[in-house]
Design a protein around this ligand. Structure first.
Ligand code: NAP
Length: 216
């Protein structure tokens, strides 16, 4: 399978790329600096250079020809509003359009649990981030593509445990980025899971079993 990861230089993007390559998949992706491209090439990843804030859907589409699935795991992680709007908002809209232009069917978005901030006092920029993420989930779910939205709970850098809780609704807790990446890889290898929003947190079900449980 040929997978294009938007955000391949990021934590989840890099872990997902490694997981897919280990399975024998071909991974390419988008980075915004030349030096990232060289680093990734050394790991067998064919990266293209462009900034999501400037790229057009047409030029992104030209990078997606022949790809089987697009994964969007780029994000501002709640920075300034204009960056959030550009990367968590408009960037996803451009990627959806590019996916359609390139006639790629599958599009997977790494989103966030909408209630992740409940009970906490966030500044307005973080509130804005959650609002943008939710509205983009709407856009992805109405895209007509074979979309999948994965909403992990709070990301931590602990080693993965290979066991998760995955389903239409999960409580907000924590999950290791390694387990998120392993779950994404498993989901990409299960095309019967499509047009679903799945929430993900740490749990006790082996990843492959948890994924199979969500086939409808
Ligand atoms: N933090 C949490 O607890 C949490 C919880 C649930 C979901 N999430 C979501 O999970 C996703 C991935 O998390 P992560 O830990 O992997 O994040 P990360 O390590 O910060 O990776 C973000 C990626 O986005 C890329 N990016 C940002 N701006 C860009 C631009 N203008 N053009 C091109 N690429 C750009 C980054 O590129 P560079 O390497 O160049 O910076 C990087 O590859 C995010 O969307 C986040 O919203 C986070």
């Amino acid at each position: 399978m040929k997978v294009f990861i938007i955000g391949v230089s990021g934590s989840i993007g890099g872990l997902l790329a490694r997981n897919l390559i280990d399975r024998g998949d071909e991974v390419s992706g988008l980075v915004r600096r030349d030096e990232q491209r060289a680093d990734l090439a050394a790991r067998g990843i064919d990266a293209r250079v462009a900034d999501l804030a400037d790229i057009t859907p047409g030029s992104l589409a030209s990078m997606l020809r022949g790809i089987d699935a697009v994964v969007y795991t780029a994000g501002s992680n709640g920075g300034a509003r204009e960056v959030t709007a550009a990367i968590d908002g408009d960037g996803v809209v451009k990627a959806l359009e590019a996916t359609r232009i390139a006639r790629v069917k599958r599009f997977t978005l790494v989103s966030v649990l909408p209630e992740a901030g409940r009970g906490q006092e966030f500044d307005e920029d973080v509130e804005f981030y959650f609002a943008v993420k939710k509205l983009i989930d709407v856009a992805v779910s109405e895209s007509g593509l074979d979309w999948l939205i994965l909403r992990p709970s709070a990301l931590v850098d602990n080693a993965g445990i290979g066991a998760i809780a995955l389903g239409p609704a999960q409580p907000h807790d924590e999950i290791s980025r390694e387990d998120v990446a392993a779950t994404l890889a498993e989901l990409l290898h299960e095309p019967r899971i499509r047009r679903q929003i799945l929430e993900l947190t740490q749990g006790s079900t082996p990843i492959a079993t948890a994924v199979q449980t969500n086939i409808r």
